[in-house]
Every structure is written in structure tokens, then in C-alpha cells.
Design a protein around this ligand. Structure first.
Ligand code: MSP
Length: 529
């Protein structure tokens, strides 16, 4: 990408039937890391997230809790979903709720257009529906349970709950018209759906043929009214998918819409079909471009199964951040799991990586180097003398790491970006051990060499602070202050990330501060373990 390009990234909007768990936080963090990286590359960046509030699932939850769906949604958004963004330090540019007036109005415009253009007709739906998934189901999406509460009944394979049979007058979207255009899209743009495993699954699905999609419900009224027939409300997925364009001015502010659209969309692989089939078909029908990309990430597994609230394996993000801190949460999920594959969460793995990578690998390195500048140079970053092969190697590692990390981020391989950046941590740790600055400090003859070594280490830390700031914003801000970098270079978040690998940016004479431990030792208690 060239600096200044538009980078619009969106997460799915989350159901407000329940509180967030770490699976939801995972998508948010990934999107936030990508957005921060692009912002620091000078791109015209926009991060959208929000909540999905209509449909039967929310309605039933509200009724079960003796309240109205609107009140329930308001409560969950205020008490759980907005606070989640604070808990995991998300810098979103907007937050859309499907009950927002701006959303409902733009959805109405979109629907009316599809209706006027002949893409919608009235018919009758008879078939299965899973309220947990909010999805019309085929027989092969279901199974018969041999035992338990629902023995002998047909249940949804995902939710393991009895399926419902619907027979309703519905409005249908002519999705079948778009089969060939979708296949052409997937072929012309092989990276439209990522990763490959998700792309293959979608391709197979569409090749089998598409049916028209029922897009309205008439047996309850919690939803957006169909503009030409108020006895129906819009199917919740049709409503929800539109958030990606209603939030950026579709139908209302064309300049803003043109500026942002199309989006990079991160979704869990379980909802990739909605995003890579139904959504582009809807957009095509309205004469709009499909998304830039749909990336289906993997699941967080607990005990080998997709973590979920309904299966009581949900872990609240604050359970982790209260003990390990926000940065550790963000770093752990972005580095330990290959983005695009499933990953097992365990407290042991989290604690082990915290200690070895963040506390010992990165945090100690920063504290030691800054302490030596204080001790040997009264806190002023020394000038380098002549660079030796060892120093030049550090510079080469920094340059390569920055380039490789940027390339990885462009292909959404966040874990690879971190692995590249971490080569700097490893290189600097090895460098310090080898150069032994504490020995160089003993005699006047080696004083110049000491200056070179400590300059090399501090400028290496400068590059690390910049490259890691999208992932661990709090620790890198402390490091930036510790390095005294702001006086000469300005704010950390104003540093151009793609230039981070250019050597020698930290001004000689910068005044370092004292650096508290970036990742203090943690006594893991029973509750966390
Ligand atoms: N409301 C719909 C999305 C509409 S987007 C137009 C929805 N909401 S959800 O709250 O159920 O899920 C939101 C996201 O969380 C999905 O991308 C889903 O894959 C993700 N995750 C839910 N559990 C997860 C894990 N255990 N691991 C990783 N992501 C998980 O679907």
C-alpha cells in the first residue's frame, strides 16, 4: 500500500445476548493491531466495530430476563461491550449498533433499492431454523442426539440444541442469480477469501448451487421493518451485514462512503459464509463493490473445543488482563496463534510466554540497557564511534525485521510480523551478552566502544518500541519515555512504522529516564491457574 491509501477494517458486530469472552476479544485485538499499524504507516485508517441487536436470540434472552430487547441491548452495550474495548485497549473509530437510527434509515434505503430493482419477491419458507446461529439450516447441518436432554431430537451441530421448524410467508432475495458472479469474483481475486482453507470451503459451497435467501420474518417484531410491508421484520443477518456500509454513510453521505469502502473484514471462520457469499451478493445486487477481503480467522479452543459461553467454557477477557495486563493479553493471542488457524488457550502457556518472552526477553533487555546508559553516561545516550561487523549485523537485523513485519501485516499474518520483530529482541540480547558493556565500562580505552555498543542497543530499542507499539501500546509508551525519545523524535504513535528500520534515528544526547519493569514478575494465583 502507498501511504495515504484508505484502510477500512471491520470486525463482526457482536450479539448482545451475552457478555464478551476472549474469542470476541481476539477478533477485536487483531483488527486493532492492523489498524494501528496502518495508522502509523500514514494510511487513511478507519476501524469499525459494534453490536448486533435484533433477531429472535436477543428477543428471547430479553424476555427470559423480564425486560424488553431494547433495554436488554442498552444494558449489555453499556455494561459489557463498550467496557470490553477499554479492557483490551481498542482504538476504534466508530461503534455501530444495529438499533442506531442511522443504521435503520440506511438499511431501509438499501432494501427499497433492492426491491425496486426486482431482487426481492414474496414467497413461503418452510424449513429448519437455528435461533442460536440465527440461520436457516439444511438437513446436513443437523444431527440426531443419542442421549442427554434432547435424546432422539434433531439438533443443530453447532449449538447442540433442538432445531425449530418454520413455515412462514417471507420475502426472498434472489441470491441464486449471483452464483456465477461470485465464482468469477473468487477466481479473479484469489485473495478475496483468506486463508486458503476457508476459501476452499466457500468455493465448494457456492459450486453446489445457491438458493434464494429468506430475508424477512413475520412471527415476531424485534427488527427493522420491511419498508413496503410493516408486518415483516428484516432477517437479522441481512440487517447485521449492512452495518459495514451504513456506518460509513451509505445512502446518506456519499463522499464518506466513497472514501472508505471497500473494507478488509475479519470474521471467525464459522461466519465466513455469510461474509463471503451472502454479503458480496447483496452488494452486487445494489451495484456496490464487494469487500476488499474477507479473512476467516480460527477459533480459540478450550479443552479442544471452540470456546463458547453456551458450552460454559467462556473466559472473560478481564480474567486475563487483571492478572497479566492488557499488553500481555494482546501480545499472547497475536503471537501464540497462527492467525487463520485454531489455537488452544491455556493458562500455563500464557504464563510461560509472559515470563520468557515479555518479562525476560523484552522487558529485561529494555531495563538493562537504560540502566547502563544511566550508570555509565549519566543518562545521556552516547555517540557511536566506528561500527564493527557486530554492530552492522544488529542494524541489518533491525532493517530486515521492519521490512518483513510490514510485508507480513499486508498479508494479515500478524504472528509472522511478531516473529520478525522478535528477531530484534533476540539479536540485541545476544549482542549485549557478547559485547559485555559492563566490562567495556571498566577502562578508559574501551570507552568509545562502550558508546557504540550502548548507542546500538538504544537505537535498537527505539526501533522495537515503534514496531511493537501496535501490539503492546502501553509498554512501548513507557519504553519511549524511558528512552527519552520524545524530545528528539516526537510522540511514539507519530513515528512512521515503515521507517522504523532506518538506523540511527534516536538523537545522541537523548536523556533517558528510569524504566520500571515493563512486565513485572507475576505470582500466578489459583483463580488464574
Ligand atoms: N452477530 C454475528 C456477526 C454479525 S457480523 C455482520 C455473530 N456474533 S457473535 O457474537 O456470535 O460472534 C462474533 C465473532 O466472534 C465471530 O466472528 C465468531 O467467530 C467469534 N468467536 C466466537 N467464539 C470464538 C472463539 N471461541 N474463538 C474465536 N472467535 C470466536 O456471529
Amino acid at each position: 500500500m502507498a501511504a495515504g491509501d484508505s484502510f477500512y477494517i471491520a470486525t463482526p458486530i457482536f450479539y448482545v445476548n451475552d457478555v464478551p469472552h476472549i474469542g470476541h476479544a481476539y477478533t477485536e485485538v487483531a483488527a486493532d493491531v492492523l489498524a494501528r499499524w496502518h495508522r502509523q504507516s500514514g494510511d487513511d485508517t478507519w476501524l469499525l466495530t459494534g453490536t448486533d441487536e435484533h433477531g429472535q436470540k436477543i428477543l428471547r434472552t430479553a424476555v427470559a430476563n423480564d425486560t424488553t430487547p431494547q433495554q436488554w441491548a442498552d444494558k449489555l452495550v453499556e455494561e459489557s461491550w463498550l467496557p470490553l474495548l477499554e479492557t483490551i485497549n481498542i482504538q476504534n473509530d466508530d461503534f455501530i449498533r444495529t438499533t442506531d437510527k442511522r443504521h435503520e434509515e440506511a438499511v431501509t434505503i438499501f432494501l427499497q433499492k433492492l426491491h425496486d430493482d426486482g431482487y426481492i419477491y414474496s414467497g413461503e419458507y418452510e424449513g429448519y431454523y437455528c435461533v442460536g446461529c440465527e440461520e436457516y439450516k439444511q438437513l446436513d447441518d443437523l444431527m440426531e442426539t443419542p442421549d442427554g436432554d434432547y435424546a432422539g431430537q434433531l439438533v443443530c451441530k453447532i449449538h447442540s440444541r433442538p432445531i425449530e421448524v418454520l413455515k412462514e410467508k417471507n420475502y426472498f432475495f434472489r441470491m441464486s442469480d449471483f452464483q456465477q458472479r461470485l465464482l468469477d469474483l473468487y477466481e479473479e481475486r484469489p485473495d478475496f477469501i483468506q486463508p486458503e482453507s476457508v476459501r476452499n470451503e466457500i468455493l465448494q459451497f457456492v459450486k453446489q448451487g445457491l438458493s434464494d435467501l429468506s430475508i424477512s420474518r413475520s412471527s415476531f417484531d424485534w427488527g427493522i421493518k420491511i419498508p413496503w410491508d410493516h408486518s415483516h421484520v428484516l432477517y437479522v443477518w441481512f440487517d447485521a451485514l449492512l452495518n459495514y456500509i451504513t456506518a460509513i454513510g451509505y445512502g446518506v453521505d456519499n463522499d464518506e462512503f466513497q472514501r472508505r469502502w471497500p473494507a478488509t473484514q475479519l470474521v471467525g471462520k464459522d461466519i465466513a459464509r455469510f461474509h463471503a457469499v451472502i454479503w458480496p451478493a447483496m452488494l452486487m445486487a445494489a451495484g456496490l463493490q464487494p469487500p476488499k477481503q474477507v479473512f476467516g480467522h480460527g477459533w480459540l479452543l478450550v479443552g479442544g473445543e471452540k470456546m463458547s459461553k453456551s458450552k460454559l467454557t467462556g473466559i472473560a477477557p478481564s480474567q486475563i488482563t487483571d492478572t497479566f495486563g492488557v499488553d500481555a493479553f494482546r501480545y499472547y493471542f497475536m503471537s501464540a496463534i497462527n492467525f487463520g488457524q485454531d489455537g488452544s488457550f491455556s493458562w500455563e502457556d500464557l504464563a510461560a510466554r509472559y515470563q520468557s518472552e515479555l518479562a525476560n526477553g523484552f522487558g529485561n533487555l529494555a531495563s538493562r540497557v537504560i540502566a547502563m546508559v544511566n550508570r555509565y553516561y549519566d543518562g545521556l545516550v552516547p555517540a557511536p564511534a566506528e561500527y564493527t561487523a557486530d554492530d552492522l549485523k544488529v542494524q541489518a537485523v533491525v532493517r530486515a525485521a521492519a521490512d518483513n513485519a510490514d510485508a507480513a501485516i499486508q498479508s494479515l499474518a500478524i504472528h509472522d510480523a511478531l516473529a520478525s520483530i522478535w528477531t530484534i529482541v533476540d539479536e540485541l540480547n545476544g549482542y549485549i551478552t557478547l559485547q559485555e558493556p559492563w566490562v567495556l565500562a571498566k577502562t578508559e580505552e574501551t570507552r568509545k566502544r562502550l558508546g557504540t555498543v550502548l548507542y546500538t542497543a538504544t537505537d535498537g530499542l527505539r526501533a522495537l518500541a515503534v514496531l511493537l507499539s501496535p501490539v503492546i501500546p502501553e509498554a512501548t509508551a513507557k519504553l519511549w519515555t524511558g528512552l527519552g525519545a520524545a524530545a528528539g523524535l516526537g510522540e511514539l504513535t507519530d513515528q512512521v512504522i515503515v521507517d522504523a528500520g532506518h538506523w540511527g534515528q534516536l538523537p545522541v544526547g537523548s536523556r533517558v529516564g528510569t524504566l520500571e519493569a515493563l512486565f513485572p514478575r507475576i505470582e500466578v494465583t489459583e483463580t488464574a491457574g
